[in-house]
Design a protein around this ligand. Sequence first.
Ligand code: C2E
Ligand code: CA
Ligand code: CA
Ligand code: CA
Length: 273
Amino acid sequence: SKATGRNRLTVFEAEMLAGKRQRRLIERELRAAVYLNELELYYQPVANADGSIFALEALVRWRHPVRGIISPAEFIPVAEHSTLIDLVGEWVFKRACADITQFPGKRISINVSGEQLKRDEVVLMAQRVLLESGRMASQFVLEITETVATAATPEVLARIQCLKELGFRIALDDFGTGHCGFNYLKTLPINSIKIDRSYINRLANDEVAQVFVSALAQIGRIQDLTIVAEGIETAEEFKLARAAGCTRFQGYFIGRPMPRKELSGVLDLQNGS
Ligand code: C2E
Ligand code: CA
Ligand code: CA
Ligand code: CA
């Protein structure tokens, strides 16, 4: 058993080493990718109850010359291991500031990493990019996950508050995956809550999910928070989320994330031009 123990340790160490080496490699490639313009920003519509498009969520992709399109779920965690996430975050915000002229009257939602929020730079970057692009903070929603918000230090909370005071809307993302009590919600500087898609998927056959979503929608009304249902994949889920009291809707049924040009076409159709 001593031998197996040692063997296991060796295998584990080897894996750690490979993981670390792999991460360094991706890190180096990703840094280059930012400068080589290999990142792309996709946009997914967020709709009102009548299906009209209210806003767009910016979702980053990496168009790797060899490996094709790489999901942010793969490279954002790597970027978060270093200040590389600041570089990616700045690229995303700059791109969104340039693109927003293509979406007149719509807000753009941006995902902000909890790692970015650990540094003052995030606030300075946001102010600088706004100034350089001539955009207004109120045109953007900054999405912060529930897990990040509940684990936030006083410094992180102060930065979120500061961003809100600059005029950014703040959304609590992936709600329901963390441990944010309804009471704690009141203390957070937020404008909207995005209910994680795992609850929306269960609306049709799970009473607990129905009660959870309805309760949140009621709290939203009382506390003047917009409640967004994420991951709407079917007409039934759209109907149930509306019935539960959600006010905004996002998911493949409403529209997939797509490149700016494709989305401009969809928006033109909606505007009847
Ligand atoms: P998220 O912020 O929760 O974004 C929603 C994710 O759900 C997106 O995945 C979107 O494509 C996917 N999705 C949307 N509708 C549906 C649906 O109806 N069904 C299903 N199954 N999925 C749906 P994506 O684009 O792969 O992004 C994954 C995560 O990567 C995001 O989750 C976000 O946490 C992170 N991410 C994406 N872009 C950025 C970024 O610019 N900065 C940072 N820090 N994180 C980002
Ligand atoms: Ca998000
Ligand atoms: Ca989400
Ligand atoms: Ca579903």
